[in-house]
Ligand binder design. Structure first.
Ligand code: PEP
Ligand code: MN
Length: 346
């Protein structure tokens, strides 16, 4: 249990409070971090039962359960949301940022055509996998470095940032050389050596929730990255595996407001992997902005049926254009502006 104290609490007030706690049977220690004074109750979890009692004590502003496994990502460590700024784009800064592009980079022409189209519709960031985590070793594994070079060129041509997945520690420098954001995929959410390694570089990381990860496991994974010194982490809810088999995954939309309570990190949604069904993707994107996520990452292709990977969940550029219109309307209703470039040609 952590008691956050009022800024007006002086040393003698804190001592008096410690004494009062002692008389209630609790030992505590004072901690001062990021300008916030806290009292950490040391007598284990039984203290949780007394949260309302603690909240009523003088100078106690807020009571929060202590959780040592996610200290740096915790909302209580930093009272305001983290904003990740990459060039002109701010993620977590109050505008809804759209990342769009194919599941996999296939050819130079393909990534250029898609980049041109999503950029015209107002996307800020181009997505595309060059190293693909595939369930079967016989499935298309991605075009590798050549694809990253095409994507970088396409992003620069159409004034976009770009994001791509890195699957292992050996490839970090290579992928980081081409992209603005490194994606850690769902299957690697608990690849601790990879998390530590991306924590050592100063490049934003998009961390996807593991397919069977709890919120706390998700946050603890992010904590690994922050713990190594890289605080530019964006969390992505991308659906979890449930008993439902009709859809590929079950998009846990509640993850957005729940994680918002727990962490200061930006949170985005992936409606494509979240349901795995093309026709449902726009509705899930609408849900993402309705719950005030910081953005989304969506799979878009100029010819979705011909996508080499994830065709069934990839939307067309025309559907993407409609989706952007409806995101703007919902954004207006919930006070969240969809980020659009000045130069867009809607
Ligand atoms: C992807 O973004 O293409 C991807 C493989 O995502 P996930 O790790 O969420 O399955
Ligand atoms: Mn995909």
């Amino acid at each position: 249990m952590i008691l956050f104290l009022d800024k007006g609490a002086r040393l003698h007030d804190i001592e008096a409070l410690k004494e009062q706690l002692r008389q209630m049977g609790y030992d505590s220690i004072v901690q001062i971090e990021n300008n916030a004074t806290t009292l950490r109750i040391l007598n284990g979890i039984t203290a949780t039962d007394h949260a309302s009692l603690f909240a009523a004590l003088p100078f106690v502003e807020k009571v929060s359960p202590a959780n040592a496994s996610f200290k740096l990502v915790n909302q209580n460590v930093q009272h305001k949301k983290s904003v990740i700024r990459i060039k002109e784009v701010e993620i977590g800064g109050g505008e809804f940022v759209v990342m769009a592009g194919p599941c996999s980079i296939e050819t130079k022409e393909q990534i250029f055509d898609i980049a041109c189209s999503v950029s015209q519709q107002g996307a800020a960031i181009l997505r595309g996998g060059a190293f693909k985590p595939r369930t079967s070793p016989y499935d298309f594994q991605g075009v590798g470095e050549q694809g990253l070079a095409w994507m970088r060129e396409a992003a620069d041509t159409f004034d976009l940032l770009c994001v791509s997945e890195v699957m292992n520690t050996d490839d970090i420098d290579l992928v980081a050389h081409y992209v603005d954001i490194l994606q850690i995929g769902s299957r690697n959410m608990q690849n601790f050596s990879l998390l530590k390694a991306v924590g050592k570089i100063q490049k934003p990381v998009l961390l996807k929730r593991g397919l069977a990860a709890t919120y706390k496991e998700f946050l603890a994974a992010a904590e690994y990255i922050l713990n190594e010194g890289n605080s530019q982490v964006i969390l992505c809810e991308r659906g979890i595996r449930t008993f439902e088999t009709y859809s590929r995954n079950t998009l846990d939309i509640a993850a957005v407001p729940i994680l918002r309570e727990l962490t200061h990190l930006p949170i985005i949604v992936d409606p494509s992997h979240g349901v795995g069904l093309r026709q449902i993707v726009p509705a899930m994107a609408n849900a993402a902005i309705a719950v005030q996520a910081d953005g989304l990452i969506v799979e878009v292709h100029t010819d979705p049926d011909k996508s080499i990977s994830d065709a069934q969940q990839t939307i067309s550029t025309a559907t993407f254009a409609e989706m952007m219109q409806s995101l703007s309307k919902i954004g207006d209703a919930v006070g969240m502006r969809v980020r659009r470039k000045q130069t867009e040609l809607v």
